[in-house]
Design a protein. Structure first.
Length: 284
């Protein structure tokens, strides 16, 4: 009886478990937050690219097209807040030459035309010459009308050169054979250079990138010993390097500062301006 009374008097202990708030929800919020931050970063990058210059956009696109290293030819060296790309220097012209050669090999017409495409690095920059043949490789004989292969090759060149900030000059040359009518080699060389410019603009060259077209007729023969040689008829595309551009700018500034450089009247021996109506003395 005593044991029964002791059992009845023993206190009853109740253990209650207090539940929390799900253990920080299992950390799922961290994943969602990371996704949100990544999305915002991507949004800001897109907005930055949309506001960047065309050269910067092409430079970034060039890297993703060729991450192995050749893309650095069209890379962007940051210049101030704008991040503008700089012109290729003279030392980069050989690399550009190799890159363009690789691009031209992708053309279906390259094998039959490779002997007619000459690239050489000069004091101006990279000179790309398209040489004619007896049958008319790039232009119809005696005409500025381009052939199918001319449009394809010039278009390929434009796609590569158009990615650069460098200025471009286009020259037209003919042989020494003269036309019978009023249309001369001067018109033909200039018209072919202008046709080349139109094709390049249609395939990637910027409107402000071609700064000059030149029609030389037969003044600069490639083979002076044989003035009638077909290779004297050619188109020259010059990609000017940065040093060449600086020299040209300095020469232009010097010409503008020279007295009489823009039609100004030179002072006479007494320091006065010469009379425009004074007759020149005969040379002895």
């Amino acid at each position: 009886m005593a044991e029964d009374n002791a059992a009845k008097e023993q206190p009853i202990i109740v253990i209650k478990k207090v539940s929390g708030h799900g253990g920080h929800h299992g950390g799922a919020w961290k994943v969602a937050y990371a996704d949100f931050v990544t999305a915002m970063m991507a949004l800001f990058m897109v907005l930055w690219l949309l506001s960047a210059s065309q050269e910067t956009q092409k430079a970034i696109g060039g890297y993703f097209q060729d991450p192995s290293g050749n893309g650095k030819l069209i890379g962007s060296d940051m210049a101030g807040a704008g991040g503008e790309s700089i012109d290729l220097a003279a030392k980069d012209m050989e690399k550009l030459k190799e890159k363009i050669a690789q691009s031209l090999k992708e053309s279906s017409k390259f094998k039959e035309l490779q002997d007619k495409i000459v690239m050489v690095v000069t004091g101006e920059g990279l000179r790309i010459e398209l040489l004619e043949s007896d049958t008319g490789t790039f232009f119809e004989s005696g005409s500025p009308v381009p052939t199918v292969q001319a449009t394809e090759i010039i278009g390929k060149l434009a796609q590569e050169v158009g990615q650069l900030p460098n200025k471009v000059f286009i020259e037209g040359h003919t042989d020494a054979k003269q036309f019978a009518g009023e249309y001369s080699n001067w018109e033909l060389s200039a018209d072919r250079a202008n046709t080349t410019r139109r094709i390049m603009h249609a395939h990637g060259i910027r409107e402000d990138q071609v700064v000059q077209i030149r029609g030389f007729a037969s003044q600069h023969l490639r083979k002076k010993d044989t003035p009638g040689d077909p290779s004297n008829r050619r188109i020259s595309i010059i990609v000017e390097h940065a040093e060449g551009a600086k020299k040209a700018a300095k020469a232009k500034d010097a010409a503008e500062k020279t007295p009489g450089g823009h039609g100004e009247k030179k002072p006479d021996s007494h320091g006065e301006k010469a009379d425009a109506h004074t007759k020149p003395q005969a040379a002895h």
